[in-house]
Design a protein around this ligand. Sequence first.
Ligand code: GDD
Ligand code: MN
Length: 401
Amino acid sequence: MSLETSNDYTTPAVAHSVECYLSLVIPTYNESRNIKEIVRILSNLLNEVIPDNYELIVVDDNSPDRTWEIAQSLIPEYPQLQVIHRQHERGLSTAVIHGWQVGKGEILGVIDGDLQHPPEILLQLLSAINKGADLAVASRHIEDGGVSEWSIVRRFLSRGAQLLGLVILPRVLGRVSDPMSGYFLVHRSAVKPGTLNPLGYKIMIEVLAKGKINQIAEVGYVFQERQAGKSKVSWKHYVDYLHHLVRLRLSVGRIGKLRQQLPLPLKRFIRFGSVGLTGVFVDMSVLYLLHDESTLGWGLTRSKIIAAEVAIINNFIWNDAWTFRDLASHQQGAGKRLKRLLKFNLVCLVGLVLNVLLLNLLFNILKIDYRLANLIAIAAVTLWNFWINLKLSWRVTAVDD
Ligand code: GDD
Ligand code: MN
């Protein structure tokens, strides 16, 4: 059976009335030279152990080499094959989730479509699941595992990425020996595909971080050399990987819980404060560039005014895109944005005057040490700035009242 989809996950699922045990997803992009062989091998293998109780789901992202078309032509010979042809989306992880959502299986799985993951290992993964594992992972880094002819550079990059992940998310990546593996089986009940939101290539990290996974089994395998076609990994995947790690770091564990519990005004204030810190850095740098003897050597007042204005613009950009993003999204258009910037500028100027007044009050009248006095003044003015900006610069005017 085949279905064409746009980018929604709610495509009416295929008319599979019988529940099935295993939904195995094969993500493909330009695998026209491998698809036939992998479907043949996997079907033969699974027909031996769970005939009529599995489905193979090829999810192809509109490959230029028309992998999806070849896959569709195999359906008459392999009735348990489904082909999903995504036309408006690209990405390994989201392709896998799409396949899982369309699938009916109690056990969800994924295997690369290029034969670099040896198919026969699947039987060992299945038997680990039968013995009670919630997640069964094919691993390159345990006994019987390895990579074939990888260069030093590639091994270093792969291990480096793993190490970085271990530093950022030790409790997630530390649970398996090969968290980068894209070859595994997991219980549907442990992951709920709808709650996953991965980025890039490394879907198992998402599964480990968000799923309810108690028992994990690992099976060693040797990552085969590619016989046909090319790897799709590019530098962009390393950036995605890092982004994915940071996003998970902030959304799971204690930090995630804390973030969820913070009331919105406090969340906003923390953002506003962080943006303020970047502003201090920008102000200092510009002041140095303009005023320092070793650079331009301009007058102090002139330099400070420019430095402050650059910092204000910096802060505005971040606050508009982050701190008050939700409010800004209701007031789109260049004109409205310029208005916000002018108001923000005005509030900052008033804030500066208040800052000087407060500093004088604390230092001259209350006789507080000038450094402490300055800190207090900065804290008070930041609060004031935050409040006034929220109420004035980013205020959304209600239309019907
Ligand atoms: N649908 C879809 N969309 N499939 C994709 C995309 C995409 O954007 N990009 C890649 N694929 C498919 C490929 O066609 C292949 O079947 C599989 O995903 C893996 O892609 P490769 O480009 O061959 O990756 P690799 O060989 O470097 O790395 C793989 O092996 C690692 C080691 O186990 C990946 O699967 C990793 O996840 C895995 O950890
Ligand atoms: Mn590959």
